[in-house]
Write a protein that binds this ligand. Structure first.
Ligand SMILES: Nc1ncnc2c1ncn2[C@@H]1O[C@H](COP(=O)(O)OP(=O)(O)O)[C@@H](O)[C@H]1O
Ligand SMILES: [Mg+2]
Length: 176
């Protein structure tokens, strides 16, 4: 089993670079759950992801439309925002699952529907204390699909762990 890990992003471009590293691992049928408060960088991450996959489509938050689709060189990216979805039932009633096997699926506020996906990569976005533009991206996963690949991702992202990334899950760095 792979351990959760966190990576620090110091600016939007860095979030996009992290997304590009993740993108290299993605294939049709993959489910990416993006969680974290407003303005933490979930949509910025999807922007980097789609661009890295060769998309020239404009990536914007699907808060009202609920779903946007972007064409890429690999397969479509289905960008879902579950912010306004009030129940798992409401989500499943949208009938999007029919398209999941042929798309890379990125779901903002994905915690709301995590129970639907045995296999998923989850990235939780946090504001980091240190600087207005700092974001901490915490990775974990569920299911066999991501086990080994998480370890690879961790290595590629040059990870900072534990005490190095103070502020994760409410923990403050020593001395605060
Ligand atoms: N390191 C960073 N990563 C991502 N976004 C950042 C970062 N630093 C500042 N920002 C800003 O934070 C905002 C993130 O917005 P957005 O991606 O729409 O968040 P969310 O989808 O989580 O609501 C943008 O205005 C972006 O410019
Ligand atoms: Mg968003």
């Amino acid at each position: 089993m792979s351990e959760p890990f966190s990576v620090l992003s110091r600016e939007v471009a860095e979030t996009e670079r992290i997304a590009a590293t993740v993108a290299a691992h993605l294939r049709a049928g993959d489910i990416l759950l993006l969680t974290g408060d407003l303005a933490c960088g979930k949509t910025a991450f999807v922007k980097g992801l789609a661009a890295a996959l060769g998309s020239t489509d404009t990536v914007t938050s699907p808060t009202y439309a609920l779903v946007h689709n972007y064409r890429t060189d690999r397969c479509d990216v289905m960008h879902i925002d579950a912010y306004r979805v009030e129940s798992v039932r409401e989500f499943t009633d949208l009938g999007l699952d029919e398209y999941f096997p042929e798309c890379i699926v990125a779901i903002e506020w994905g915690d709301k529907v995590a129970g639907l996906f045995d296999d998923h990569l989850r990235i939780a976005f946090h504001l980091a204390d240190a600087h207005e533009q700092h974001r901490l991206l915490s990775f974990d996963c569920s299911g066999e699909r991501w086990g080994a690949e998480m370890t690879q991702l961790e290595a590629e992202l040059g990870v900072q762990r534990g005490a190095d990334c103070g502020g994760v899950d409410g923990e403050s760095p020593a001395g605060h």
